[in-house]
Ligand binder design. Sequence first.
Ligand code: SF4
Ligand code: SF4
Length: 415
Amino acid sequence: MSLATIDQSLKDLSPEDLRTLAQRFAAELARVQRPNIRKLELFVTEDCNLRCDYCWVPKNPRCMSLDTAKRAIDFVLDDCGQAEKVAVTLFGGEPLLEFDLVRQIMGYAMERASALGKRIGWAMTTNGTLLSPRVVEFCLRRGLKFLLSVDGCRESHDIHRKFADGKGSFDEIVKWVPMLKRTQGWLGARMTLTPTNVHLLAQGVTTLVEQGVNQFLIGRDLASPWTAGAIHLLQEQWVAVGEAYQRLRAARRPVRLTVFEKDSRHDADKSDWWGCEAGRDKIAVMPSGDIYPCSRFIDKAGIQRTFWLGHVDVGLVAERTRQQLTDDRDVIRYKCMKCAHRNTCMGGCPATNYLCTGSPYIPPKIDCEMHTFWERLRHERPEFWAASEIPYGAGKGNSDECVGDGRLPQIRPTR
Ligand code: SF4
Ligand code: SF4
């Protein structure tokens, strides 16, 4: 079609038609310009063998079909553009309840990735209670890294993380740590803090380090009532964790706590965008095949409805919703724009913001208080951050990448 014909056709359109056309053009432009998806959280199952009282994952005995998983893998491999590697995290519920499915998913994905000349970086968030030599050997041979959901020492963990019969699960997890450590040099713990166990944070970190865990992702349970007293305790505990971290690093122990590392958000210049990777280059896929920006967006029906992005059968169709998450205009973050920390802060977790304030752009007060605390601590205790520069002891890499030590597993199945 010639330009003159296009010109004439546009002149013939009514204002209403022009508006519709402009909207379609904007949506198509956004689709073409949107970042490629390179990270996938795969909800293998919503079911779990534990009954942690703070858990936000719906306990439906729904598990993903292999067909849905294949479509999710295909979607990410097709959408990742020039990226040589995509990251897939197996999530739940407890993904090891569906180990046969996990095996099939990994087999399919690795075959497809290799046919496309790409690689997959595997991770699994697990409560650890269903590990076995057979499971560990299978996963580690394929380069999967386990992240254990464990809340510190026995006392702090067993307050919340129990089996259906009320028994605590700490001992059932840590017994596997030596086996995992044989092949996974960097072993991470995902710790959840509540006002009831926050006083044990520093003790929990040191206990887990002695067990062999050496990376930490530490988060707060949002639904708990965080009073001013509990927040104060949390901040005191973080100082104690900083002191422990400094001691461990001075002893050349390979321990990572990203909040004290130089490349953390608290230290680096803020990137040129607000928000996070959710919906930008990361998605979460539920057993139903529905796509959300990240696992935090499945917390409640309301947030699920608002931030639904699509389905593995049709791809990312809710482009406008996705644009909401990648909208970097300062003007929509009026609270942040008035804030002294706007140059170091990304504006909070959009899912948490939405759950607490009803807007992905407005952070809850408690998160801003914590950000202010971290900024102050950086000035008052720079030695915590300086400790992250100390090289690890002999036999451990100095790389920033959290990787295993590269050896093949020496674990022998017992059956
Ligand atoms: S501290 Fe709070 S208000 Fe300030 S920039 Fe961060 S999220 Fe926004
Ligand atoms: S900051 Fe929140 S929304 Fe973003 S990836 Fe993390 S948990 Fe998900």
